[in-house]
Design a protein around this ligand. Structure first.
Ligand SMILES: [Ca+2]
Length: 350
């Protein structure tokens, strides 16, 4: 079966503390008084952060676009996870420019050193993009900026985590109390089904790449927490008429940027033969975590007690140390794929 993103193990292995980020603009070292309020009646009231390994699998790029199309989510920040923080920031910054949403701050998470060209699947899209030109805020000390954002928010922050989680785990180590001001929505694990609906469970990539980080997430004192495992997120694709509508939205700069990235990514991705990019998406795992953050009603949930082995398997276990609300199956996957398409196409924001 497809075991996506295995290459990341290599990327993570080359841990480097040498920061290539020093030249990144210092204009941004302060988050200042970014107080989030719930006062304005017409503004979205749910401050939202995306923790992402964008630039590896393409679904993070779809998830970023998805958040930008949800009026209920007040998108505040992107925190990078695993691999090369600056590369992930480049993809994020150019996407935010395309969406004209450079008010969203970019926080550089833990950096694991330069990713080689063969790991930068969206690298050509940002080849000539310079972070210095990004008109918004880029936090070099992104984990601290993330902590400040959570602490300064007067309402709970929705934290949507769709990658291996060393940055988020580090934030929880530095300031465990922030969890109480967060609603956590994650894309993690595999309980009854593996990749591609396989009846054998998989060591899901976001868990497997940093097992201890995931364990840290599962022991945090979140205000609320829910995860979508492969059982649900591993089944989502846009195809047929749904995909055609997005492929054809050529006057929509954000969706055009998603498709550009997908077309660049498809021939470069090593874990699958993506020769269908003109007619269907790849699996959109991460969009389900975004969906749970503002709706989630097409999913069935179960609170599962489980353990996590060192290979990254999430195992149902009555005596296991972890318990979490899990989106375990779809009420209607077809309805969700239609809904997601409409959400992505909805340009008008509140
Ligand atoms: Ca991801």
């Amino acid at each position: 079966m497809i075991n996506r993103r295995r290459f990341l193990a290599g990327a993570v292995a080359c841990i480097s503390s040498a920061s290539a980020l020093a030249q990144i603009s210092q204009k941004n070292s302060q988050i200042g008084a970014t107080q989030t309020t719930a006062i304005s009646s017409n503004k979205p009231t749910a401050p939202t952060v995306l923790c992402t390994d964008i630039g590896s699998d393409i679904d993070d790029t779809w998830a970023l676009a998805h958040i930008l199309r949800v009026p209920q989510l007040d998108f505040k920040m992107v925190l990078t996870e695993t691999g090369e923080a600056e590369y992930r920031a480049l993809v994020t910054a150019k996407m935010l420019e395309a969406a004209r949403r450079t008010d969203v701050e970019i926080a550089l998470g833990r950096d694991f050193g330069v990713m080689r060209d063969e790991h930068r699947h969206q690298g050509p899209w940002v080849k000539n993009y310079d972070l210095e030109q990004f008109p918004g805020t880029i936090h070099k000390e992104g984990i601290d900026a993330f902590i400040r954002l959570i602490k300064s928010s007067v309402v709970p922050v929705k934290v949507i985590a769709v990658g291996p989680a060393p940055s988020l785990a580090e934030a929880l180590k530095r300031a465990p109390e922030i969890a109480q001001n967060c609603e956590f929505y994650g894309m993690y694990g595999s309980f009854d089904f593996g990749y591609g609906g396989n009846p054998q469970i998989s060591a899901e990539t976001n868990v497997r790449v940093d097992v201890n980080a995931f364990r840290t997430l599962m022991t945090a004192n979140w205000k609320s927490a829910v995860i979508t495992p492969l059982d649900t997120c591993g089944l989502v694709h846009l195809k047929g008429e749904n995909y055609y509508k997005i492929w054809s939205a050529t006057d929509d700069d954000l969706l055009r940027s998603v498709i550009e990235n997908y077309c660049i990514w498809a021939p470069r991705v090593p874990w699958m033969e993506c020769d269908f990019f003109a007619t269907a998406s790849s699996t959109l795992f991460d969009d389900v975590a975004v969906y749970m953050a503002y709706d989630g009603s097409l999913l069935d949930y179960e609170t599962i007690r489980f353990s996590v082995d060192d290979k990254g398997y999430t195992l149902r276990d009555e005596n296991g140390p972890y318990s979490c609300k899990v989106a375990i199956r779809w009420k209607s996957l077809e309805k969700f794929e239609d809904f997601l398409t409409q959400q992505l196409l909805s340009k008008e924001m509140a």
